[in-house]
Design a protein around this ligand. Structure first.
Ligand code: PCA
Length: 208
């Protein structure tokens, strides 16, 4: 069975919780139960430490598939990110207080990478299961875009992970209920399904 890595992020900014980390843990447990060599990690919301953590994880695990998850507070649905751009333009400081503006992630890298996850198939399966989802054409210019770009940059340079991409998730209802508004949300189970389906379809698309 393929080796797979699912990541989430720690809380950042005004957020006290980050459901992407909960979804990553649960997705990895389900995937392990289904026979995958499944691993999960919580990435730091720090440009410096996230770069180090991802490089270490990818070299230690050499995953066939990597799906990273992050919170996009206020969105209404699961967003399957199509593209990562070679840019750090932080609208707020990261958790170490760093706030790069208009800087490349990798001065030697291309302007952008497309996700290598089979997004259309993932979208169709999620829709079929009743999980609100759509393909998104921008992962932003903060840590989520950064992690996605680094996964795909690593794949370009080293050949693994052979399938990699990023999924932005909304708040869960419990988090939304504590906020003014309240903002839109989806149950944690749906966020977990997004990650599990993404890994399953990515693994199914690998040629042996
Ligand atoms: N979301 C942020 C960074 C960490 C996270 O979960 C983002 O969308 O860039």
């Amino acid at each position: 069975m393929p080796t797979v890595l699912v990541t989430g992020f720690e809380p950042f900014g005004d957020e006290r919780e980050n459901p992407s980390a909960w979804a990553a843990e649960r997705a990895a447990a389900e995937l392990a139960g289904a026979g995958f060599d499944a691993h999960w990690a919580v990435l730091p919301v720090s440009f410096k430490r996230c770069r180090e953590a991802l490089a270490q994880l990818l070299e230690r695990l050499k995953p066939d598939v990597a799906v990273a998850l992050g919170l996009a507070g206020g969105v209404t649905h699961v967003r399957l990110e199509r593209v990562a751009i070679n840019l750090m333009d932080a609208g707020r400081p990261d958790n170490d207080g760093a706030q790069p503006v208009d800087e490349p992630i990798d001065p030697q890298g291309p302007a952008a990478y497309f996700s290598t996850l089979p997004l259309r198939r993932i979208l169709e399966r999620l829709r079929g299961e009743g999980v609100p989802a759509a393909i998104s054409n921008s992962a932003g210019t903060f840590l989520c875009n950064f992690a996605m770009y680094l996964l795909l940059r690593h794949a370009d340079l080293r050949g693994y992970p052979r399938r990699a991409g990023f999924i932005h998730v909304p708040y869960t209802p419990e988090i939304a209920a504590r906020k003014p508004g309240p903002p839109p949300s989806l149950p944690l189970g749906m966020l977990v399904r997004a990650a599990v389906v993404a890994v399953e379809e990515a693994a199914a698309s690998l040629t042996p």
